[in-house]
Ligand binder design. Sequence first.
Ligand code: PLP
Length: 313
Amino acid sequence: MPIQTTGKIWHNGNMIPWEQATIHVMSHVIHYGSSVFEGIRCYGQPHGSAVFRLPEHMQRLLDSAKIYRMEVPFTLEELIAGVVDVIEANGVAPCYIRPIVLRGYGEIGVSPKGSPIEVYIANFPWGKYIAGHGGADVCISSWNRLAPNTMPALAKAGANYMNSQLIHMEAEINGYQEGIALDVNGLVSEGSGENIFIVRNGVLFTPPLANSALSGITRDSVLTIARHLGFTVTEQALPRELLYIADEVFFTGTAAEVSPIRSIDRVTIGDGKPGEITKKIADEFFGIVNGLKPDRFGWLTPVKVDASETVTA
Ligand SMILES: Cc1ncc(COP(=O)(O)O)c(C=O)c1O
């Protein structure tokens, strides 16, 4: 979907006009994929707006940068303040927030030495990522997720999304909404931009991070919510075929939020409708993020912007 522009972008601690947030074609990031980034949502509340799990997202950004030896010249607190400032400067909520750390213009060559670290934070309106209330029709990708000790899956790096693009494009071309990737050993990993959960006999399962999955903030939120609701949740390796015979399957992610899956490879999941446990978890998740249920886990950072609309389930 086309990007809806806003007025300002935070760049290295200063607000600059949206149009001036450009980089040179010879920047290191363009040639070698050297960026790490975040995707965060700010939700409308009955009074004002709030960012969902902002400190956790910015800590993951710093962790991703650390894995790639990128020295970010801002503290966690400064980055958190930068997000709040840019949302309030633009006055746009609900919105999606995209902080990015990249290696800029300096020297040519794979070695990043001599290419400066640049930090940008943009925000813009963005609605549903996986459309449809009835659940998504998805496939298992012919592409595997990144093998361990190749590209680190725990780093949310721009370069990882070349793999995600292959998974997503293949799915779309074949008429599916999304693809699920297996890891290099053929075990379930995650979607191109989402973690995955299954429900079988009343128990929730999700692959552990060692199956090349990103450490999703929504994944962690769902694990917390599910335990709070009294469900048993197990992080364990899942064979592909368990997906087909699951009672319920759903994706989680900042963009995807909690998105039920209706079919996988044209095999109907359960009775083809969002399952009861998925609905209970989604209800709690959307209740919290939209400020309609207590923020019992302390996940919301308020921002001083009145929401023009509320993104709901
Ligand atoms: C590959 C991948 N897995 C999982 C997720 C879900 O992570 P989160 O819930 O932190 O958005 C994302 C989205 O950021 C992703 O790109």
